[in-house]
Each structure stands twice: as C-alpha cells, then as structure tokens.
Design a binder for this molecule. Structure first.
Ligand SMILES: NC(=O)c1ccc[n+]([C@@H]2O[C@H](COP(=O)([O-])OP(=O)(O)OC[C@H]3O[C@@H](n4cnc5c(N)ncnc54)[C@H](OP(=O)(O)O)[C@@H]3O)[C@@H](O)[C@H]2O)c1
Length: 276
C-alpha cells in the first residue's frame, strides 16, 4: 500500500502517517519497528529522550527496505540544548541509529526557562546546511516560541510536532502553522488510546463508516492536512491504523469530531514543562 505524502516547505515529502515509538525499548522496540516496516510504515518517529535509538537502528539495519525509502525523525533532548551540545547530540543520535543522515530533526521541547532554544535552532540550521538532515523542525513549540526563532534566524521550521487529538484540537496553533506552511504533526493522535476511542460520538461515526474508532480519529487528522504518528505494539493494530485511505469523512463528520474538544490546553504546558 502506498502511503500518501505531504510536501514540506523545502520541497521534500513526509509520509502522512508514521510509527510512534515511545515508550518502546530494547528488543521489544526492535521487534515492533521491524514489524511496522514490514506492514508498510516508512516514517519512524523517535527521540534521544526515548532511549530507543539504538534499538531502532537495529531494525533499520535488518530491513530490506532501502534507506532512501524510509523517513527517520529524531529529536534533541532538553539537557542537550545549546549550539555545541546539540551538534554533538545529533552525532550521537546518528551513531545509535547507525545512519549517516536523518530525514527530520526536531527540538523536542522549547524549555523557555533555559532560554537556549534559539541557539539550539541555529545548530539545527547548521546541520541542515551541512546536508546531515533533510528537514528541521520543532516539537511542542507555541506560537510565541516559533515566532521568536523565525524572527531571530529567518528560518521557518518545516514541521511542528504537537499533542493533538479530537479531545485537544489545538485550533489556534493549527491555523497559525498553516499560514507559514509549517506541517502540523500530531502526537498522541489517538489520545493515548483511552477514553477517546470509547467516546460515543466516535463510536457512532465508526458504525456509520464501518471502520474502527481509531481509524475514524486517524482519518480526521489526515483530512485536517496533518501528519500523524500513532504508536502500537500490536501487529493487527499497525495494519488497522494504516487502513484509512479508502474512505472519507464528510463535512459534518469533520465538524463533529473537531468540536468534541474536552481539554483546552495540554497537561504538559510547553511554557513550563521541563524535559531533560
Ligand atoms: N514530541 C513529543 O513530545 C511527543 C510526546 C509523546 C509522544 N510522542 C510520539 O507520538 C507517538 C504516539 O503518541 P502516544 O504513544 O502517546 O499515543 P497514541 O499513539 O495516541 O496512543 C498509543 C496507545 O493507543 C493504543 N492503540 C494504538 N492503536 C490502536 C488501535 N487501533 N485501537 C486501540 N488502541 C490503539 C496503543 O496500545 P498498544 O500499543 O497496546 O496497541 C497505545 O496504548 C509516540 O509513540 C511518540 O513517538 C511525541
């Protein structure tokens, strides 16, 4: 099955759906990523913080899929903010993944209390200019953080990866990102697989379209124009989560899902959350 792609602001393409790898570790992670690639996933999302880059490196090494057909994302962790530390952290990430370039490198959290995210962004720009990464972006950045890095460096991120689901639709930042052609990539897109998938409104839409609640939710993300990275360790669910390109939600379905919003803000506020 061919997964649709989304064009980034530098012309390269990002698979619309990828495989989330947190909190997978060690052999279980290698196994899950190998299975995900076998089932058709080409985008693998990791982060230095997840402590699973070496395990993912093993799965990538074992696959018969060509490197250029995979899309590997990682993220610089909070304790490595700063120009030189980030350049070194990137090299560590490449080594663990057994790769010589990354497809996408993100700043994991802005950590405004450290006030090093602009410097960290400058390091990502250097890595990009040196051809070590095909696209650079941010994660958990709010509009103010994004505005600041754009104003101070003139370089617009290709992607901002944020927590987003029907329970946390993030409407304001979504619209802002669209204006700058920054692709919104949604983490915890299934709301971590808990109440959201049992929500009666989602279940009714699943019945209407003869799909599962997870497929309804993932299709909503895709029709917003976003990229999604659901995680599952279950092979059947890996297939289920990819099987979302043979039906469409109508305008009323989209509106309904977009307005079941239960939380106005993420639990981990990027203005104060300390990720090390
Ligand atoms: N940038 C960031 O700061 C950040 C933060 C958090 C996460 N992330 C990334 O986003 C990825 C996804 O987020 P997440 O893992 O928090 O949440 P998620 O993908 O919304 O939900 C994962 C949970 O949903 C279950 N699930 C998956 N597919 C399902 C299906 N078809 N039906 C029913 N349940 C299903 C999984 O269970 P099983 O595994 O048991 O199937 C798992 O417990 C992470 O893996 C990570 O790569 C990024």
């Amino acid at each position: 099955m061919q997964i649709p792609t989304i064009a980034l602001n530098n012309g390269i393409t990002l698979p619309a759906i990828g495989f989330g790898t947190w909190p997978l570790k060690s052999q279980a992670c290698t196994k899950a990523v190998s299975t995900a690639i076998e089932k058709g996933y080409r985008l693998i999302d990791t982060a230095a913080k997840y402590d699973n880059e070496a395990a993912i490196g093993k799965a990538i090494k074992q696959t018969k899929i060509a490197r250029e057909d995979l899309f590997v994302t990682s993220k610089v962790r909070g304790s490595e903010h700063g120009y030189t530390k980030t350049i070194n952290a990137f090299q560590h990430t490449l080594k663990d993944l057994q790769l010589d370039y990354l497809d996408l490198y993100l700043i994991h959290w802005p950590l405004p209390s450290k006030d090093l995210y602009v410097e960290t962004w400058q390091a990502l720009i250097t890595l990009y200019n040196n051809g070590l990464v095909r696209a650079i972006g941010t994660s958990n950045f709010k509009i103010a953080h994004l505005s600041r890095i754009i104003d101070e460096t003139g370089v617009i991120p290709a992607v901002n990866q944020i927590q987003l689901s029907p329970y946390l639709p993030q409407q304001e930042i979504r619209h802002w990102l669209k204006q700058y052609h920054i692709i919104c990539q949604d983490w915890s897109p299934l709301g971590k697989g808990t109440e959201l998938l049992n929500d009666i409104r989602i279940r009714q839409l699943a019945h209407k379209h003869q799909k599962t609640p997870a497929q309804i939710v993932l299709r909503w993300h895709i029709q917003l124009g976003n990229s999604v990275i659901p995680k599952t360790s279950t092979p059947n669910r890996m297939v289920e989560n990819l099987d979302i390109f043979n039906f469409a939600l109508d305008k009323d379905d989209m509106l309904l899902i977009s307005t079941i919003n239960q939380h106005s803000a993420p639990k981990q506020d990027p203005d104060t959350y300390i990720e090390e």
